[in-house]
Design a protein around this ligand. Structure first.
Ligand SMILES: Nc1ncnc2c1ncn2[C@@H]1O[C@H](COP(=O)(O)OP(=O)(O)O)[C@@H](O)[C@H]1O
Ligand SMILES: [Mg+2]
Length: 258
């Protein structure tokens, strides 16, 4: 496993994100059940990383911990050089609001608001000025330039996911996390979402981590990490679709045999 080395050299480029021995447990009955068993990985600026693995292997839990939506039970997540354990809960939330974007599989749109209003919502909630050009431009970039006045109830799933993506991108976060963002989409919407995520990731001060089941999505990423039973068990750099598919087959075959 070639995680980004953690270095004390102040002149070395800092990775965007470092997870060090991250564990996550949930209460279960009278005790706890550990879901993540010690994950160490890094993500560099300008990098798009896919997380793959069988259902229940802990992909979503890992993403929540990396994004700071969930606190790790132990270990450390360092976002933009700042160990999260060094921050108060309030400061962690502040950092997350300004630097972290999360695209969920469920779109989490407000049905009574238009596409434009849904994308503008974080600005409205903060009482910040609405960057009109940015919001229109972001909606246009995801192919919804003609749909800005539409409400989610009149949109396809693919269109709704693109609104949800636009809402994240219009915040211009440096770290973008996406949990199966193309899982439920038609091919065209999936392509648009993937293109936009790739564009974001390849900016020098940004990165993207995406959970996916789709080898063709993973093959568009710079690196793919594979999870099984709460651990990272394999990693590929710029793989082909066939290499991803083969790694997945090995992963599930070993699981069945173990
Ligand atoms: N809030 C929670 N409380 C208890 N168990 C959870 C919670 N969230 C997830 N789990 C369990 O953790 C395991 C991994 O879940 P998840 O991270 O959603 O996996 P994946 O995204 O790979 O399908 C599953 O067994 C799931 O039931
Ligand atoms: Mg999941």
């Amino acid at each position: 496993m070639s995680a980004v080395p953690i270095t004390n050299d102040a002149t070395a480029p800092q990775p965007a994100l470092v997870a060090h021995d991250v564990r996550k447990s949930y209460p279960a009955g009278k005790g706890t059940v550990e879901i993540l068993h010690g994950i160490t990985m890094g993500v560099s600026f300008g990098e798009m990383v896919a997380v793959m693995g069988p259902s229940g292997s802990g992909k979503s839990t890992l993403l929540y911990c990396l994004a700071g939506l969930e606190d790790a039970t132990s270990g450390e997540v360092t976002i933009l050089g700042i160990p999260q354990s060094s921050l108060s809960r309030a400061d962690r939330a502040k950092l997350r609001r300004s630097e972290v974007g999360f695209v969920f599989q469920a779109y989490n749109l407000i049905p009574t608001l238009t596409a434009y209003e849904n994308v503008a919502l974080p600005y409205l909630l903060r009482r910040d000025p609405i960057p009109d050009d940015l919001i229109r431009g972001t909606l246009a970039a995801v192919g919804l330039g003609e749909r800005i006045e539409a409400r989610p109830t009149s949109m396809s799933g693919g269109e709704q996911q693109r609104v949800a993506l636009a809402r994240v991108l219009a915040q211009q976060p440096r770290l973008v996390f996406a949990d199966e963002p193309t899982g439920a989409l038609d091919t065209r919407s999936g392509q648009v979402v993937l293109d936009e995520l790739t564009k974001i990731a390849h900016q020098p001060d940004r990165c993207v981590v995406v959970v996916t089941h789709d080898p063709s999505v993973a093959a568009r990423c710079d690196r793919v990490v594979f999870m099984r039973d709460g651990l990272l068990v394999d990693e590929l750099t710029r793989p082909t679709i066939e290499q991803v598919a083969a790694a997945l087959t090995t992963l599930t075959a070993t699981k069945a045999g173990s």
